[in-house]
Design a protein around this ligand. Sequence first.
Ligand code: HEC
Ligand code: HEC
Length: 135
Amino acid sequence: MKINKKLFVVAALVIATTVCAAAASSKSEPEHYKNLKVLPQNISSKDLQGIMVDDFQDALGVTCDFCHAASKDGHGLDFVSDAKPEKEITRNMMRMNLDINKKYFKLNHPLIGSPALIVTCNTCHKGAAFPEGAE
Ligand code: HEC
Ligand code: HEC
């Protein structure tokens, strides 16, 4: 009986945290990012994740730490920090991408991560951080 009671408490806690997490995630849009210079300030966390994973990570064949510096406390990455030069290079690449799509493909308001983009990171990078033939 005692064990059952304990199990019940644990189960109730698990359910409570799951419900809280779900409520928090549906309410947290738009997320407030601290250091966006190219992407829209009110971008949703879903859209930002999509860009980081599909447009950046996959197109360059790298992981988050290629652009994002390690946290000072040694736990994970500090996504806000601009300590790694790759992050600033990426911002320039983003601006270049948007300009190309606007000027030469006449897209009105190109947005990084939009499926409407004709030239994307992958157009040149094709899964490599350093594009073939750029040396
Ligand atoms: C190729 C470089 C690159 C890679 C790889 C990358 N990021 Fe980013 N990330 C950036 C840049 C550049 C910005 C800032 C964009 C801007 O200024 O609008 C950014 C911004 C962010 C932010 C917003 C931080 C803030 O509050 O300002 C988060 C969160 C983030 N990235 C998470 C990730 C995650 C998670 C991954 C791995 C899945 C990842 N990034 C991979 C370049 C990268
Ligand atoms: C028109 C072609 C083109 C497009 C589009 C493009 N890049 Fe690049 N990128 C290059 C070239 C070429 C280089 C190598 C530059 C050099 O020689 O310094 C480069 C270099 C980089 C680097 C530095 C790599 C290193 O090893 O230091 C990063 C990071 C990068 N690009 C990210 C991106 C991201 C993210 C996008 C999409 C927003 C993008 N690029 C779109 C052509 C492109």
